[in-house]
Design a protein around this ligand. Structure first.
Ligand code: BGC
Length: 840
């Protein structure tokens, strides 16, 4: 459906009811007419009705009030597909969309999502997710738009405009500073005002001020010690007062901790139900004068206002029918995957492969099949069909594909680790692992003893949390290696668990401070045939223990078949990375690749000089073991249901890669400015764990460029099969504006041999500022698609905000007079065009 269809339908309905509106994505509807209609409805509601409306219903609804014509308003996750109500289009992850650097594409994706929502009677889409990429481990980075507030804001606005053009409310989340998953209800994100305003809030601000988003979702975490749902500074001051947000502020699911505090400090709707903002809690507070009825009224008005604005009270307005199977959406998902994939390394021009000389291609690795289109948690979409990398490459005519997963899956590993009893041979009629369950948290007293054959209860639903368990479990067994030397050991536990693994009495892995909650790998040296005693002490933090343990000798790790096909083939693709169980909402992932994958890449690179590593991930990983010996490296992020097709097109050159990094890809975790302040120090029971955002505004490329540190791949970088040059920079005061608005123009030329896309990136520096500012900050960009030899003249606009920083004394944006540097190029490290301007 075209935007105009929805606009005119709702317009007719609203005119009929005396309300005038404009497009849901355009200027704000005629608010006085909507307010009048809200006034009328408010008179028909009792205080009980009003309170009942501000608590969610049936997990995913706003309550219906038939007497005023308010229907049951259905919601759905979000953000990469309409996932809650059966199969749907699985779009590429947010990080891939950001890597496209294409707000127009974001708008198309939003439109597709809006149509998918309409086909399922969904009124609120729980997306986009716009939290900033602070550290690679955050289990939800893949849902978000990268490290830069400007890029993130542009993608956010496009996405929301697309969703809302279809008459569906977008819900921008998670407000705010929800930058890690470990202990996400408990850890306080402590950031100063400038850091918040410059880095973590601009995407939300653009969602409200530019895209007029209908709903905002508060995050789980405390911010500077106060939970988001009751954080007056963020909700009342920043969101509602400074930005003028007039829609609904809802909680994340079970992110409300104190009903009266939430009601007093800006929360409008508790989801998924009124556990705290209920009649039982709020009525006494109202009676005691601790909560004003006017605040309840304001919340109800916001819900009604939004419902009227989107036409939900005028159901006859919704004539357009949408199919659940969205053909256009599938095409959009394919384009998204194509635009988002980043080619990071291409030594000797290995890519694109020439199908004339490459007759046989080995496809190896755990991520080759089945398709890994998305990460885990509430964003996981079940598509009607998904194309894996194996299927994508296999569909190309004339290429013979040889395939091997190369490694056991985690499930296989856990289930195929053969134990014997700690004291010797395994028993015939009972498992070899002794399990002792203690009725306390310190492994004391008399345990309940049973015998298991495996320690394997790691489930894909690892993101669901339910703390409060009062037991401790000790597993003991012995393991007799079949090979000599290095062995990889894996323990998988959930975000809130603790464990301590000892082999022959020596500690091998320990999780105490809630770091690294995804499955973790470690190395030990063992002797063939010599029994090793394994002891795993486990403190479950979730309702059911979900711990698994596996061990395998490096020599027996990689399947012989994988090595054979790698050696035989003309070229090899190693598909590695994470998947939904290990990179997910509710837990943080490892920085190193999952179990055995470094060794797999090394082995395939040794066997075949034309090896391409294709990485599935939400961000950077540890590459040090193999990057120097790997000729080609592609980042496919989580590419959605069409990812395999897009990757195959790029590998064989049907398309040139055009994705650009929306993050800085570091050389090591130690190099990252967040390294020393990502994990909260352990605290005593009852105290708040805190993460201090000590790097301040110097995050990602802002840090690397200012401190002259070289990353592995810089922000904004991505190779193409063509070449581009930048020239002819001109900077002039924008016509008709005051002297703080400038236009920056330049030429981009395709100097290579084939059609391809390039992103021109514009950065601003403020060397004469009164405070230290990053050496450069992205303030404009434009993607352009050019034929060989074609040149385009581009103009980017810089407004006053492009030069401003957040001034903590005036609590406002401020431009210091002086010189500003203007830089244009194709990454934060390659800016061939340089100029400067002076702001008096
Ligand atoms: C997530 C939200 C999601 C909600 C509803 C929460 O666990 O954090 O992003 O929208 O669940 O599924």
């Amino acid at each position: 459906m075209k935007t105009t269809t929805f606009v005119s339908i709702v317009l007719c309905a609203l005119l009929a009811s005396g309300v005038q509106t404009a497009s849901a994505q355009g200027p704000a509807p005629d608010s006085s007419a909507i307010e009048k209609r809200v006034d009328g409805l408010m008179t028909k509601l009792t205080l009980q009705d009003k309170i009942s409306l501000i608590g969610g219903d049936e997990g995913m609804y706003i309550r219906t009030i038939p007497s005023i014509g308010l229907p049951h308003l259905r919601m759905s996750d979000g953000p990469v597909g309409v996932r809650t109500w059966g199969p749907s289009t699985a779009y590429a992850a947010g990080i891939a969309l950001a890597a496209s650097w294409d707000p127009g594409l974001a708008e198309r994706v939003g439109r597709g999502l809006g149509q998918d929502a309409r086909a399922r009677d969904v009124k609120f889409l729980l997306g986009p997710g716009v939290n900033i990429y602070r550290a690679p481990m955050n289990g939800r980075n893949f849902e978000y738009f990268g490290e830069d507030p400007y890029l993130s804001a542009r993608i956010t606005v496009g996405y929301i405009q697309g969703v809302q053009s279809q008459g569906v409310v977008a819900t921008v989340k998670h407000f705010a500073l929800n930058n890690q998953e470990y202990d996400r209800h408990g850890v306080s994100s402590d950031a100063d005002e400038r850091t918040m305003r410059e880095i973590y809030l601009p995407a939300f601000e653009a969602a409200v001020r530019e895209a007029h988003v209908g709903a905002v979702m508060n995050s789980y975490n405390p911010i500077n010690g106060v939970h988001a749902t009751q954080n007056s500074y963020l909700n009342q001051k920043v969101l509602k007062s400074d930005w003028g947000f007039d829609g609904i502020l809802m909680s994340d699911w079970a992110a409300t901790y104190d009903g009266v505090a939430a009601a007093n400090n800006g929360l409008d709707l508790e989801m998924p139900r009124a556990a705290y903002m209920s009649e039982k809690t709020l009525m006494p507070a109202i009676k005691q004068g601790a909560l004003q009825i006017s605040l309840i009224d304001d919340k109800v008005r916001r819900i009604l206002r939004t419902a009227i604005r989107f036409g939900f009270l005028d159901p006859s307005a919704e004539k357009e029918q949408f199919s659940r199977f969205n053909q256009q959406g599938i095409q959009t998902a394919l384009d998204e995957a194509r635009e988002g994939i980043v080619l990071a390394k291409n030594e000797g021009g290995l890519l694109p492969l020439d199908s004339k000389s490459i007759n046989t291609l080995a496809v190896i690795g755990p991520n080759a099949w089945p398709a890994v289109g998305g990460g885990g948690g509430s964003s996981t979409v079940t598509p009607y069909g998904a194309v894996s990398i194996l299927q994508g490459v296999g569909a190309l005519p004339g290429v013979k594909v040889l395939y091997s997963p190369g490694l056991p899956s985690l499930d296989e590993l856990f289930n195929q680790t053969h134990f014997s009893t700690p004291s010797g041979a395994s028993s015939q009629n009972r498992g070899a692992i002794k399990q002792e369950v203690f009725p306390n948290r310190d492994f004391t007293g008399t345990p309940t003893v049973s015998y298991l054959s495996q320690i394997a209860s790691w489930k894909p639903l690892a993101w669901s949390e339910d703390a409060g368990i009062k037991k401790s479990i000790r597993y003991s067994a012995s393991y007799t290696p079949d090979v000599n030397g290095k062995h990889l050991v894996v323990v998988a536990a959930t975000a809130s668990d603790g464990y301590d693994l000892k082999i022959d009495g020596k500690e091998v892995m320990k999780q105490v401070s809630r770091e690294n909650q995804g499955p973790q790998t470690s190395e030990v040296l063992l002797e063939k045939g010599k029994r090793a005693i394994i002891t795993l002490e486990y403190l479950p933090g979730a309702a059911e223990p979900r711990v698994s343990f596996g061990i395998r000798g490096v020599e027996e790790l990689i399947t012989p078949e994988a090595l054979k096909i790698a050696a035989e083939a003309d070229a090899a693709v190693v598909a590695v990375g994470y998947d939904a169980p290990v990179e997910s909402e509710g837990l943080d992932r490892s920085y190193g690749l999952p179990f055995g994958q470094d060794a797999l890449i090394e082995a395939v690179c040794r066997a075949n000089k034309k090896t391409i590593v294709a990485l599935t991930s939400g961000g950077e990983v540890d590459t040090h073991a193999w990057i120097n010996d790997t000729p080609a490296f592609l980042l496919n992020w989580y590419p959605g249901q069409e990812g395999g097709t897009a990757l195959a097109e790029i590998i064989f050159g049907a398309r040139s890669p055009e994705g650009k990094l929306p993050i800085t890809f570091g050389r090591s975790w130690e190099d990252n400015p967040v390294h020393d302040s990502y994990f909260a120090a352990p605290v005593a029971d009852g105290q708040i764990a805190r993460v201090k955002y000590a790097e301040g505004v110097f995050l990602g490329y802002r840090y690397y460029t200012t401190r002259h540190k070289e990353p592995l791949y810089p922000f904004g970088f991505g190779l193409s099969y063509s070449k581009f040059s930048f020239s002819n920079l001109k900077i002039y005061a924008a016509k008709g504006k005051d002297n703080q608005d400038f236009d920056v123009s330049f030429d981009v030329e395709n100097t290579g041999q084939r059609e391809a896309a390039e992103v021109a990136e514009l950065y601003v520096g403020d060397p004469s500022a009164k405070i230290e500012r990053p050496a450069e900050e992205l303030k404009g960009f434009k993607k352009t698609r050019l034929k060989p030899g074609e040149r385009q003249h581009l103009t980017l606009h810089l407004d006053q905000r492009s030069f401003a920083y957040w001034d903590v004394s005036s609590h406002d944006w401020r431009v210091d007079p002086g010189q500003f540097t203007i830089m244009v190029g194709d990454s934060s490290e390659n800016l061939p065009l340089n100029g400067s301007i002076t702001i008096p």
